[in-house]
Design a protein around this ligand. Structure first.
Ligand SMILES: *Cc1c(COP(=O)(O)O)cnc(C)c1O
Length: 432
């Protein structure tokens, strides 16, 4: 498998180079040069397969010959070494819990897969790599956890000061000697822009080997397909599910769309958004207008210019009508999100986090319009991760799991920086 740049001005590269470069030299996102078709018999027998066998089959074509199959199998095993339960809420709605990994949000899968691939490559050649990542909270935690202590790999995380939960902040700022946390006095969009500027800085890139661990990196983006296959494995009905995906940078849903393109039966996709609704607006009007992000209680989805939007366009060959046929998109207010958390807790005894709740609400909206269908919403974080917000908005008290209590005892170590590129550049330039 080779990857081309969506801007078409850089050479094609294999998986390894796409992973190391993160973003193509022309500033474009890498995209697989074809979507492999999965064997129908294999899909038909998926119920009898183990998680790591499924992950291996899905990821093998994308990695190609860059990693030997037995190594890739081990990487897949480590990537999926926790559970992905599909929980029924009622006879039409199930929840896919994606928060059973070490940092209690769904980004662990992508981060674990990428870190282990990177580690395998670094072992076999003497490259020192700096992994540079912008986060609204969960990516930083997953990357700090997944990449910490890898030989030859330094991690630099940028996060918006005051806009992540205390737990998320401690997950990335305490206890990792090879991780530097830069606390930016700005928004997530500022962090994302600063990281993009660093990748476009050829002089800096000569001095420092930079790669990204955001979902722009194919090694973090593509393994997310695995969730959709695991959900399908446990799906008990004949008719394929509708998937409702809480969306921010659109990495998760875009990987689901890739899974579908390679043969996974899916009835429909829902891109569930909070008040940051450039995508729902685009679906309605056909015009894409990036916006400043606004803060919400589902903060990991506060993105005003989703970086994977261009990949979604590419998958559909920029055909808006094709997109609206397969995808619906809605926006949910904080007020409604809090209401839904309370309702679902009251009705089903199930506590959703704000991100999952946005997806639940959008799924319910869609199912009301399509009485013959059933669906799955993705619960992308453990509700306790957003305990402060959960308690203040819903009044539902939430117990803190013991892993969380240990993290909360940590000591924050971060370096404050301004939201312009200069400070970041100086930091990266002078870093030893
Ligand atoms: C990152 C994140 C999202 C958004 O995922 P994208 O792939 O960026 O669309 C949703 N929920 C949670 C909890 C997250 O951490």
């Amino acid at each position: 498998m080779n990857y081309y740049s969506l801007l078409q001005k850089s050479p094609r590269v294999n998986f390894k180079e796409a992973l190391f470069q993160g973003q193509a030299p022309d500033g474009g996102l890498y995209f697989p040069d074809h979507i492999p078709l999965l064997n129908k018999n294999w899909l038909g027998a998926i119920k009898n397969l183990e998680k790591e066998e499924i992950a291996l089959e899905v990821m093998k074509p994308y990695v190609g010959k860059c990693i030997p199959e037995d190594e890739l199998y081990r990487i897949c095993e480590e990537t999926c070494s926790f559970s992905f339960p599909l929980v029924n809420l009622n006879d039409r709605i199930s929840c896919l819990e994606l928060f059973h990994g070490p940092t209690m949000a769904f980004k662990d899968v992508g981060a674990r897969f990428m870190s282990r691939c990177l580690s395998w490559f670094v072992q076999h050649e003497n490259r020192e790599v700096t992994v540079l990542v912008a986060t609204s909270g969960d990516t930083g935690a997953a990357v700090a956890n997944g990449f910490s202590g890898l030989k030859g790999v330094n991690v630099v995380v940028l996060y918006p000061s005051g806009k992540v939960s205390r737990f998320q902040e401690l997950q990335m700022t305490s206890g990792h000697s090879s991780v530097t946390a830069l606390e930016v006095s700005g928004t997530f969009d500022d962090c994302q822009r600063m990281v993009k500027e660093a990748f476009a800085d050829t002089e800096l890139k000569k001095r420092r080997f930079l790669t990204s661990a955001n979902s722009i990196n194919v090694a973090r983006w593509l393994p997310q397909q695995i969730y959709y296959f695991l959900a399908y494995k446990d799906w008990p009905f004949e008719k394929p599910p509708v998937f409702s995906v809480p969306s921010g940078n659109f990495g998760n849903i875009c990987s689901g769309l890739v899974a579908h393109a390679s043969g996974l039966p899916v009835q429909h996709f829902i891109a569930a958004c909070n008040r940051n609704k450039v995508f729902p607006d685009f679906m309605e009007s056909g015009v894409y207008t990036p916006a400043q992000s606004v803060p919400t209680i589902s903060s990991a989805m506060d993105v005003g210019d989703p970086s994977n939007f261009k990949r979604v366009l590419e998958l559909f060959h920029h055909n808006h009508a094709g997109m609206t046929e397969l995808i619906s998109s809605y926006s949910v207010t904080d007020h409604r999100t809090a209401e839904v958390i309370w309702d679902v807790h009251h009705k089903y005894g199930y506590l959703m986090d704000p991100h999952g709740a946005v997806a639940f609400e959008c799924l319910q909206t869609y199912l009301d319009l399509h009485p013959g269908e059933k669906g799955i919403f993705m619960e992308t974080a453990h509700p306790a991760k957003f305990g402060e917000i959960m308690e203040s908005t819903t009044g539902v008290p939430i117990a803190m799991p013991s892993e969380m209590r240990a993290v909360m005892k940590g000591v924050k170590q971060s370096t404050p920086i301004l939201p312009g590129y200069n400070d970041l550049r100086n930091f990266l330039w002078n870093k030893d």
